[in-house]
Each structure stands twice: as structure tokens, then as C-alpha cells.
Design a protein around this ligand. Structure first.
Ligand SMILES: [Zn+2]
Length: 238
């Protein structure tokens, strides 16, 4: 098929545009996808941070419980001592001394539990701080990605409708050329493709050397066909 070189580039743009349209309607916006991925990662960070906060809260409750128990035991210790000061009956004194010993021993246990809890809450708060820093960092990144996604979406919305451009391109081409192109496109879904110098841009087959030469040496207004898929091969304008 013969077509002047300036119209060859029109045909190639038409074929490329129609091929990209055929591959699944609305093109995805990479910025939007990246933003959505970051949102999911951020949600996971928030979950982890929430768990870290819960662990701190639990340990604070534990410390309050230990301190409340300690206050009760100290009171019992004081009561026992006061009663011992007044008691004369040996049985009563024995019971009071026994109770005093139990209270002191339990207080000692609680003090060691409290020490342990303080060590743990220190580590848990440090962990919570790390999570907090990660969340802040992620929030900043999310904000940047959100703006990029919005800008990309706006750009996509402002892009001219490909169908309009396809109509314009078709009008610039002779009717018999469009008909030829359509015939091949119906067969192979491509119609016309760029020739890379070695391969067909339609089926991506590297042509045999003799055919490569034939394509390269064809007249400038000639559109050779790929021997594999039949697409019209458009050479880069020299
Ligand atoms: Zn081909």
C-alpha cells in the first residue's frame, strides 16, 4: 500500500491510539494506585500504633492495681502494729505477728512486681514513640502522594477524548487507506505498526534479515507488510 510519508505518521498515530483504546478502556493512573497502596500501608501502621497504645494502657492499669494493693497492705501493716502494741493474749499476738509477716512479705513481692512493670512500661512507651514517628512520617508522605494523585487525575480528566483524536486522524487519511488499514486491523488487532529497524512493532517478531533489508529499502511512500502478522510497517521518518 502506498501512502505519503507525512500521512504515514498519521496512520501510525491512529493505529497506536486505537490499539491502546482496545486494551481495557480507561487507563489506570499510576499516581492514584501509589496513593491507594500508601493508604493501605498507613492503615496497617495505625493498627500497629493502636496496639502499641493498648499495651501501654494495659501496663498503666497494672501499675495502678499494684499501687492500690500496696496501699491496702501498708494499712494492714500499720493496723497489725497498732494492735500488737495493745494485745497481751499470746494467741492473739501470734496471729497478729503472723499476719504482719504475711503483709510485709506480700509488700516485698509487690515492690518487685512494680519495678518490673516500670521497666516494661518504659520499653512499651519507647515502642509507642517509634510507632508515632512512623505514623507522622507516613502522614506526610500520604499528603504528598494525595496531591500527586489529584494532579494526575485532573490531568487525565483534561486530556482530550481519544475518540475525538481518532476521528480527526481518520479524516486526514484517504478513505481507501483507512479501509485497507481496517481490514488488517480486524484480522490482527493492530493494522499498522512501527518498524523498529529489525522488528515489527505489531507482533514484535524480529524479521529475517532479507525482509529487514526489503523493508528498509522500500520506496519512502511504500508501506510494506509484516510477513508474520500482516501489519503495515511504518518506518521512522528520515
Ligand atoms: Zn508483525
Amino acid at each position: 500500500m502506498k501512502l505519503s510519508q507525512d500521512l504515514q505518521s498519521i496512520l501510525l498515530e491512529l493505529a497506536t491510539l486505537e490499539r491502546s483504546q482496545a486494551h481495557g478502556g480507561t487507563p489506570t493512573i499510576p499516581e492514584q494506585e501509589e496513593y491507594e497502596k500508601a493508604q493501605a500501608a498507613h492503615a496497617r501502621l495505625l493498627d500497629a500504633s493502636g496496639s502499641a497504645q493498648l499495651a501501654v494502657d494495659d501496663m498503666e492499669m497494672e501499675i495502678l492495681r499494684i499501687q492500690a494493693d500496696e496501699r491496702k497492705l501498708r494499712q494492714r501493716e500499720r493496723d497489725d502494729k497498732a494492735q500488737l502494741g495493745a494485745a497481751t493474749d499470746p494467741e492473739t499476738r501470734k496471729d497478729l505477728e503472723h499476719d504482719l509477716y504475711a503483709a510485709k512479705s506480700r509488700i516485698a513481692d509487690l515492690m518487685s512486681e512494680l519495678q518490673e512493670a516500670h521497666n516494661e512500661i518504659h520499653a512499651l512507651r519507647a515502642n509507642l514513640d517509634v510507632h508515632g514517628a512512623k505514623v507522622s512520617d507516613s502522614e506526610r508522605k500520604l499528603e504528598v502522594l494525595k496531591r500527586a494523585a489529584e494532579a494526575a487525575q485532573e490531568a487525565a480528566a483534561n486530556r482530550p477524548d481519544p475518540q475525538v483524536r481518532i476521528g480527526e486522524l481518520r479524516e486526514q487519511l484517504p478513505a481507501d487507506i483507512v479501509a485497507e488499514y481496517e481490514t488488517v486491523r480486524e484480522e490482527n488487532g493492530v493494522g499498522a505498526a512501527a518498524f523498529t529497524g529489525r522488528a515489527c512493532g505489531g507482533c514484535f517478531i524480529v524479521l529475517p534479515p532479507a525482509e529487514q533489508n526489503a523493508v528498509r529499502n522500500a520506496a519512502a511512500d511504500e508501506l510494506p507488510q509484516c510477513s508474520d502478522c500482516g501489519s503495515y510497517l511504518v518506518r521512522p521518518a528520515s
